[in-house]
Design a protein around this ligand. Structure first.
Ligand code: ZN
Length: 123
């Protein structure tokens, strides 16, 4: 059975645990098979890189070197550690699925599970 995440690329989510707890960010990558998401500018990991010779540099005369340094990039977060922020009520919510008719077709849409809201998340 295909693994599906209710969180998609482009969703606004809030981090529920760890050092970025309570912070919100945009999902830039969803990895349903790992049940993980990558959130823009959150859960940043520092990676040290060493200077190294560039591949195929021999043809260009003197060897070229890629400088080393520290790269900061967001690490994937477990999908259970984030909660979607409803674009309608601006609160964190669980995601429900509703079937609606749209242009004569039955389609599944994601909805906010807050009782006072219940609006579609996908616009
Ligand atoms: Zn809502």
């Amino acid at each position: 059975m295909a693994v599906k995440l209710k969180i998609k690329k482009g969703d606004l989510v809030e981090i529920l645990s760890g050092k970025d707890k309570g912070k919100q960010g945009r999902v830039i990558e969803a990895r349903p098979r790992e049940r993980r998401v990558v959130v823009e500018n959150l859960n940043m990991m520092k990676r040290h890189t060493r200077p190294r010779a560039m591949k195929n540099a021999s043809r260009m005369g003197s060897p070229q070197v890629v400088p080393g340094g520290i790269i900061e990039k967001p690490a994937p977060v477990d999908a259970s550690n984030v909660m979607i922020v409803c674009p309608v009520c601006n609160k964190t919510t669980r995601v429900g699925v509703k079937v609606v008719e749209r242009h004569g077709e039955m389609r599944k849409v994601r909805v906010c599970r807050r009782e006072e809201c219940g609006q579609e998340i996908d616009k």
